[in-house]
Design a protein around this ligand. Sequence first.
Ligand code: AOF
Ligand code: ZN
Length: 358
Amino acid sequence: MALAENGRGLTGINPMVGAVLVRDGMIIAEGFHEGFGNAHAERQLLEKSDQKISANDILYVNLEPCCHTDKKTPPCAQFIVEKGIKIVVYGLIDPNPNVAGRGIQFLQSHGVEVIGPVLPEECARLNRGFVSVMRNGRPWITLKSAMTVDGRFANASGSPRLMITSEEQDRWSHLFLRARHDAILVGIGTVLADDPELTVRPHPLLRQGFGGQAPAPFSDGGRGEPYRIILDPHFRIPLTARVVNGELAEGTIVVRKEPEDSEEPEEPEEKMRILEKRGVRILTIPLNRDHKILNNGSGYLPAEHSVTFDWQSFWQALTTPSGDFHGISSILVEGGSRTWGAFREAKTVDEEVILVGG
Ligand code: AOF
Ligand code: ZN
């Protein structure tokens, strides 16, 4: 699992996987899945190692070896058999419906002794993003908020600027929350109120090890930062906002609704061109159908109202890789209150972290 962590931030909607080959109680070879589209952990290990495999060697891997062929890389189970491995210990059954136990069956039917799943909960926790994409068709969602000891939230607008948390809590939330999700999400209200950067950067030490031990991730094209997602239905983001300027622009995804006929089309289109030129990704997602019905089918809601996107389309867009976008399997939702509310209402919250400050 520690080896698998080396892939954090690099695997997109693929799992983080590590594999070790053990002989007489000693690790003699290692491999991990280095990123979306790259060789799988088992193949990495077996291709790299010039060891002659003996019948007592044990291959340990945190995920059931894959067996399906309709994908980017060749199946691991077959390669394991070809290489002469006779014992495999695995941590978790692959929740990918194309595998889901068939990797184990393949190995067993080719004379391999298969032991596991040995640490299903720990391994599912490690790959909670991948597991969520496979099981629920959406990324793993963590909600983060902060409140005072007497129960007040950050401020009325729900702005997440953590004036009530200590420096230590901020550092913790960078290391254990921001740096462990593929994306940090806020509503446009937060951008307008606070103009945050939404990076892991304020703590340079963290960048030496994403998650404490692994090398920096490259989830947004090389700078080792999670993506930033801004929910901005009415496309109000100012061109001066920090998240769409300088090197941050390339890792930022602005989510807007489809423009209405009644709106002036030119101004948003021009803004879109400018932003896209800077490298900002813009997703146009339809609004939730309920809202359209509520508004006589016009689909338009004044900015102060809560607007929710059609979740299915949103998840689809985030979990479908294309080009250098490898998909997002986990999101940290940092607010504000309307954004938290939308996620809670949709019952798409997997974990909630409330930092209690002074
Ligand atoms: C493994 N070891 O290291 C990984 C596995 O598109 P591909 O070829 O990369 O295949 C992706 C699928 O393969 C993914 O959905 C998951 O089921 C499995 N990933 N399996 O045995 C690995 N990364
Ligand atoms: Zn594989």
